[in-house]
Design a protein around this ligand. Structure first.
Ligand code: CMP
Length: 138
């Protein structure tokens, strides 16, 4: 059993797509074991995306991530990290497979509707960045 962090990003929350995206997640058999809607501060967004701080898109990404509320959740299941990444589709929705969250809902490479952890180490960092043990069920 594996856990991964999901963020439904401001572009999707502001278009009232959180429910539709959570339905896709649940229909894929991933179990939501923690969830909340929050407004990130600049420092919180910078800390979450610290691995990207030297990238040219970092400033714009942080501004986007604080432009409105996000829905963060922890998803659990066998092979949850890879399964959620497959369900999300490619980072750039132009390259995402049919039927994926990003193909259906994302606007562009930045406003790409969802984030998912990319490896067990990042999943451990990212889940504990947003949730304490007390906030996780199951
Ligand atoms: P995410 O999977 O959350 O990881 C980093 C985010 O940076 C990515 O989704 C996009 O929202 C954003 N981003 C913007 N431009 C790029 C880019 N050229 N390559 C990768 N990520 C980008």
């Amino acid at each position: 059993m594996e856990r991964t962090l999901s963020i439904i990003k401001p572009d999707a929350v502001s278009r009232n797509l959180a429910g539709a995206i959570l339905k896709m997640i649940q229909d894929a058999g991933l179990k939501v074991v923690a969830m909340k809607m929050i407004q990130l501060s600049k420092a919180e967004a910078e800390g979450f995306y610290a691995v990207h701080k030297e990238r040219p898109f970092f400033g714009s990404l942080v501004d986007f991530m604080i432009s409105g509320p996000v829905v963060v959740s922890i998803l659990e299941g066998d092979d949850a990290i890879a399964r959620y990444r497959k369900l999300m589709g490619a980072t750039n929705p132009a390259n995402a497979e049919e039927g994926t969250i990003r193909k259906i809902h994302a606007l562009d490479i930045e406003k790409n509707s969802v984030h998912g952890s990319d490896a067990p180490e990042t999943a451990a960092f990212e889940t504990s960045y947003f949730f304490s043990k007390l906030e996780m069920v199951g």
